[in-house]
Structures are given as C-alpha cells and as structure tokens.
Design a protein around this ligand. Structure first.
Ligand code: ZN
Length: 776
C-alpha cells in the first residue's frame, strides 16, 4: 500500500506529451459477457461442464449388407437388413432413412437452389451444372420390407425416406427392416462430381470405384435435434448413427477390394502369394509390404474376368461403411503399434499414382495415426486405409485422396506436399467426425475445423518445414479482411456459407491454434482438447459441449473467445496509437531550479526576439538608484533552505525498497492501444532496447474488459526502448500490421511506371509493357 502511495505522490516528468483518453461511446459492449442463453440449457443428457450427462443416450443401427458391383454397366445392386435400436426414452412412430444417392438424380434440389449466371467464357462443366437433371441417377430400385418380407409403407422426400412403423417403437426396443436397392454409379470426375463414383482410365479401359453414401443409412435421432432429416444438397455432409456392419461385396474376380473394417475371408479372395505377403505385412513395422505389386496389377488390367468373388468385411462401432474396388489396384500395408495393439496402415492405388504413392502413402497413414492419437486418444480401429482416387473424402477406416504424378512419373514438390496433406487430413477424419461423431449436416466446422487444426500439427510433426496451408494465424488474414457481406460466423449452417473453405476449415483451425499457442498455452489447451476428445469419442457432441469442455478442463474463461471467433465476423486489428515515455523525477532542488530557469528562458524564445538580437542595438537602461530599493532580491530560480529541508526529509523518509525504486532510473512507457478491428485479443508486445536486446510481454485479452475499444497501459522498463512491436510472432491474425510498430514503420507501396498513354492497361494481366518494348 505504501509503495503505491509513494509512486502516486511522486511527480512524473513527461518527455512527450500526454493526452487524456476519451472513452468512445461503445466502450463497453458485451464482448466479455458470458454466452448465457446462446448455449443450450444443460440437462441430464448434456451437462453444464460439457460432458455427456448421467442419462446420455444415443441410437444404434446394425447392418448386414450384400452388394454386387456390375463393372460392365457401372451400377450396383444391394440388399440390406437394418436393426435399429431405440435407446432414447421416446416412443417413435416412424424412422428416417437417408438416401444421398438421390441427390445425384433427376429430382435433386441441388441445381435448383444453386445460383447461376452466364459468363462470357464458360466451361462445359459449369454449363452442365446448370442443366443437370439426370434420369439415369438416384435410386432405381428401392423396396422396403419388414423382417418377414412384407412391404412397409414409406414416403420418399428427395434424399430422405420416412418408414412408418406398424406399431410405435418403444424405448429400449429394436426394429428390423430390409431394403433392396440399385443405382447407376456416377462418373466422379465428370460434371456430377461428388464424393463417390467411378473414374475411367482410357489408357487401359478399366474403372476404379470409390463407393460411399451407397446404401440407405439411418438418420440420427438425438436429444438435441430430434430427427436430423435436413436434406442433402451436396455440401452439408452427414449425421450418422454408430453400429456394427457385416458387408459382403461381390466384384469381378480380378478386382482388389478395400473397405471399412476387417477382411474376414482373405484365404478366399487373395492368392497364396498375396496371403503370404499380407501375413508378412502384419508383422512389419518399419516399411510397407507390397501385397499386390504394380507388375501384377498392370497384368490384370489387360483382361476382364467374368468370374466373381465375394469379399466379406466386418466393422464394429462405426458410423458408416465405404469401399473401393478395381483391377488396377496396387496394395501395400504395414503394421503400426498404437495403444498396445496393432493397426494396419494400408494404401490402394493404380500405377498412375506411382512412384509417389508407393513411397509415401502408407507411411503418411502410419504417421497420422500416431500424431492424432497423441493429441486425442489411441486410434481404436484395426485398419486405416488411403486410396488414390483424385479427390479427398473420408469414411471410417478408409479415405479417398489425390496426388498423382505426371504421366512420365515426375512430380513437383507441390504435388507431393498436396498429397501428404490430404492423406493426413482424410485419415485424420477418423478422429473427427468418424469417432467424435458430430453432426456434419449442421456444423461443417465441428469436424473440418478441428481436423484441419489437427492436420496442421501432424504436418509440422511430419516435417517442421512443411508448407501448411492452414493453421498459423497470419494465414487467415486475407479472409478476415474480406468484404463484410461475404463473411458469416463460424456458427453458420454448412449450406449457408459463402467462403466455405476459409469459414469452415481455416478459421476454426486457426482459432484453435490461437487458443493453443496464445490464449491458453499448450499445456492447458492440450489437456482440455484431449478431454473433449475422450468425453465424446463414440458419442455425438454439439458445439456447446466443445466450448464448455475447453473451459471446464482449463479454468480459462473463453466465452469472449467463442463470441469473437465463432459467433462473430469481426477481425483482429489492434493498433499502437501513442506511446509516452516517462521517467521518475530524481533531481535535487538545485537541479530542478536550473531546469526551471532553462525552461523559462525557452518560453521567451520567439522569432522577434531572435531577429532583435541582430537588428536592435544592445542598450543598457540604468535604473534610477532612487528607485532601486523597490526591486526585491527574489529570484524564482533560487533554492530556498525550506526546499532543501523538504527534499532531505523526503529522502530520509524512504525505506530501502523505496530508495531503490527512486534510484532505479526506470523508463515508464505509457501506451494507448486502439481496438480497430473489434475482435478482442491479447496484447503481445516486443520491446527492442537500445542495447540490442529484446523481450516480450503478454497481456491477456481481459485488458479490454472495461473498455473494448481503447486501453492505456504503463510498462516499466529498466532499459531504454528503441522500438515497440505489437504481435511480433504474428499470432493474433492482426489484419493491419502497419499499426503494430512504434515508431511507425512505413513500407512503400510499389507502383509501376509505364511509357505511353495506353500502357497502364497492361497491369491487369500483370505484364509490363515497358519491359516488353525493350525486349522487342
Ligand atoms: Zn475434411
């Protein structure tokens, strides 16, 4: 208390001017208020701490599916038996089943609700997108029956099908039904592009199938949403129920099949050589073992078997099932030790993907499993597969990726890194949303944002110079700076986002990285993020559960952060407005008097006096001795004995600590900061001293809690400062770095000089007419 009083009582010597701060009208908005009713009311299913409640429940759907691929006609037909277990406390009168394949059919709403316009130069593909209405696609056969084979009444509403139950399904009961179905497979690299489909290879006349969203799947019925039966339009992905799968896939005998789950009959579908190699791969931990070689696959491409083989797979506790099939496939695999058990990391790819894929794919799969497990939980599934399919899409245990060399086998660093990045990303999706099973139809960011964040960490753990596209704060700046009418909060439905990639992938990934590096720190964040993953693995979390858990496990109030980054569109733009430098007044009374005299003289300095010094002759006016007595001897710049006494007493009254402070020669820097962008963030300052050293101060975002637009703070420094840099490590995504320096640093904006009146037009193409003229 005494010390504070002392500082307050001391006069401060201002070396620069000081201005009183006027609080702007909107100084206290609600940026630091709790989210309150913006979050769901906690209940017995979901607690206020962000964990599943004591009466948490979720539905289950088990599938037995027989499917046959027709390679001649690129179609499939299948029949499935679904057992739906009602774990909810509610009685259900109907079930909703998803029919994503209909999104590619004639009745699809996708082209209807897509804006379109004619441009001067249009690609054939974009024109096909406008007139898209194809009778060939969507479910051709769709027959729903009860367990005894009797037809069940259904209503198909585009991509959703309602099955009306003969009797209400009571809590705890299950209902079994069957569906027979068929459809033509779309060309996934054609104009009805999409996640699943086939690719045709002209060179050898073969097809490569990636089968996803290929069977009628149960919609999610939950405590927070009821039935999630929002239509599939192509972007908002899937909301799916956990269950166990038994899938029998019949394909031409020379095809290789990869799928979700574990192959049950390798003896029947693999050659004895392949079986030996497969068994060897299961015990090989250092490098992939090639089970079907490029030479063997190339040989198979030449013929077309009329025989068939059925590949049998089983998968437990998965929310979906996908598979791939082609006679073009090379297959390699290796074992990865994870959490005390072995996971088979595998890749399927055609010769067109080599030599890149043989070199990297399976190794990247293995790395991803290890990296993601270390940040969440041990990868619980027995396999993880990467398939080269010229796209990028994830399913449980299997994903489809891109990254193909040129036809001569050469590839650029960019192609290689793109491939590594997409494999990490898609394999990583096993964690979010395959296991931490969020509702993708509603929230793209809950899996894409979290996964892109994890991808960034895994990329940097693969190679700390990896050119990650997303993650570091400054990479989100162009998006945060873009026109306000193209921005929505992250908390926006998947279908309604203008800039999809930046909003649903990059911004949430960046926000999490900022939490980890800047707001919470790695120790607190990593524990809390792991806790979220552990709490919700094999369950259905909502955004609230994530927001709450990260606070609950860290004791960091993050409501301001969720408000700013997830519910708002403001950008970070903090500016150093003014810096004032102060020093403690340590002068003796004599020094003070001398300074006061100098100041008084300076006060009299003016242009007339300066000129008079030259123009007016020096004259001395003698005072009349008779009047001289009227002058006093008072000199305001003389030190009086009373002044000396007061100074001596003050110095004597100081304690040793106070004396130390008095003699410390500290520099006080009073800085005025302005929140120009609106999004409140910590203030991070680098002090570069005149002696060449530097240090960083970190001020939590709560500095803004009383005044969200302007704050002033004083920093005491022993050393003298040469330059102050705000956010020196570029960790807050500040969209205007030019206001982050004191003194201000100005970078020239370069402009080009052209000769001739019309030359400036050349800039639109980036060409330089001046240069061109020279060259010509
Ligand atoms: Zn993704």
């Amino acid at each position: 208390m005494k010390k504070i009083g002392l500082i307050a009582s001391l006069a401060l010597l201002s070396l620069t001017s000081v201005f009183a701060q006027n609080r702007s009208e909107q100084n206290h908005a609600e940026r630091f208020e709790q989210l309150g009713t913006m979050l769901r009311t906690p209940n017995v299913y979901r607690t206020a701490s962000g964990a599943p409640g004591h009466m948490y429940w979720q539905q289950q759907a088990n599938y037995v599916i027989n499917v046959e691929l027709d390679d001649e006609n690129q179609s499939i037909k299948g029949s499935e038996k679904v057992t739906y277990i009602n774990n909810s406390p509610d009685q259900l009168t109907y079930l909703w089943v998803q029919l994503e394949e209909n999104q590619r059919g004639a009745g699809s709403s996708t082209p209807k609700v897509a804006e379109s316009s004619i441009n001067k130069g249009m690609t054939l593909r974009s024109l096909q997108g406008i007139i898209w209405a194809n009778e060939d696609f969507g479910y051709k056969v769709l027959e729903v029956k009860d367990a005894k084979g009797n037809p069940l009444p259904v209503t198909v509403n585009n991509t959703m099908m309602r099955i009306d139950l003969p009797t209400p399904l009571k809590a705890g009961d299950s209902f079994t039904f069957g569906v027979d179905w068929s459809f033509n497979i779309t060309n996934r690299v054609g104009y009805i592009s999409g996640r699943p489909g086939y690719e045709y290879f002209e060179g050898d006349g073969n097809y490569l199938y990636t089968m996803a969203e290929w069977f009628p799947r149960m919609a999610v019925y939950s405590d927070f949403e009821g039935w999630q039966n929002k239509q599939f339009l192509g972007r908002g992905e899937f909301a799916l129920v956990f269950g166990n799968y038994e899938v029998n896939i019949t394909v031409p005998a020379d095809h290789m099949v990869g799928a979700t789950g574990v192959l049950q009959n390798p003896n029947q579908v693999l050659s004895s050589t392949e079986l030996d190699r497969w068994n060897k791969a299961k015990q090989t931990y250092d490098a992939p073992v090639v089970i079907r070689t490029q030479e063997e696959a190339t040989e198979l491409e030449k013929g077309k078997s009329t025989e068939k083989k059925t590949w049998k797979f089983k998968a437990e506790n998965v929310r979906d099932f996908a598979w791939t099939s082609s006679r073009k496939f090379i297959w390699d695999a290796m074992a990865v030790k994870q959490g005390g058990k072995d996971v088979m990391a595998m890749s399927y790819y055609a010769k067109e993907a080599n030599p890149l894929w043989g070199q990297y794919s399976t190794r990247v799969v293995a790395h991803t499993i290890k990296s993601y497990s270390s940040h969440t939980f041990d990868y619980p599934y027995p396999t993880a597969i990467s398939v080269e399919a010229a796209n990028g899409m994830e399913y449980p245990m299997i994903c489809f990726n891109y990254g193909r060399p040129d036809s001569d086998g050469t590839y650029s660093e960019a192609v290689k890194n793109g491939m590594i990045g997409v494999i990490i990303h898609e394999v990583g999706h096993n964690f979010f949303p395959m296991i931490v099973n969020s509702d993708e139809r509603q929230w793209t960011w809950m899996d894409e944002g979290l996964n892109t964040f994890m991808q960034y960490m895994a990329e940097q753990e693969w190679d700390r110079n990896f050119p990650s596209r997303r993650g570091p704060a400054h990479k989100i700046v162009p998006y945060m700076r873009s026109e306000k009418n193209t921005l929505e909060p992250i908390m926006t439905n998947s279908e309604n986002i203008v800039q999809f990639g930046p909003n649903a992938y990059a911004k949430p990934a960046t926000a999490l990285n900022i939490l980890r590096e800047t707001v919470m720190g790695r120790e607190l964040f990593d524990y809390a993020f792991k806790e979220y993953a552990r709490r919700w693995m094999f369950k259905h979390p909502t955004p609230d559960d994530l927001f709450r858990t990260l606070e609950d496990a860290s004791a960091v109030d993050l409501d301001w952060f969720w408000r700013g980054w997830f519910y708002g569109t403001e950008a970070v733009d903090i500016s150093i407005e003014n810096v004032s430098w102060f020093k403690l007044d340590q002068r003796t009374p004599a020094e003070k008097a001398a300074d006061a005299k100098a100041a008084a003289e300076y006060d009299e300095t003016n242009v007339s006096r300066t000129n008079n010094m030259k123009d007016v002759p020096e004259t001395v006016i003698e005072a009349d001795p008779a009047t001289r007595d009227f002058y006093t001897t008072y000199n305001p710049f003389t030190v009086t004995p009373a002044d000396e006494e007061a100074y001596k007493n003050f110095m004597a009254s100081l304690s040793p600590e106070e004396k130390e402070l008095m003699n410390s020669d500290l520099n006080f820097y009073e800085i005025n900061f302005k929140n120009v962008g609106g999004l409140v963030m910590p203030i991070i300052l680098e002090w570069q001293y005149t002696d060449g050293t530097s240090e960083i101060d970190r001020i939590p975002a709560e500095i803004w809690r009383m005044n969200e637009t302007e704050v002033t703070k004083v920093f005491a420094k022993k050393k003298e400062v040469k330059q102050i840099v705000l956010d020196p490590l570029r960790e807050t995504a500040d969209i205007d770095e030019s206001s982050n320096y004191w003194p201000r640093q100005y970078q020239p904006t370069r402009f080009e000089l052209f000769k001739g009146s019309g030359a400036a037009r050349g800039t639109s193409t980036g060409s330089n007419p001046m240069k061109r003229a020279k060259n010509n």
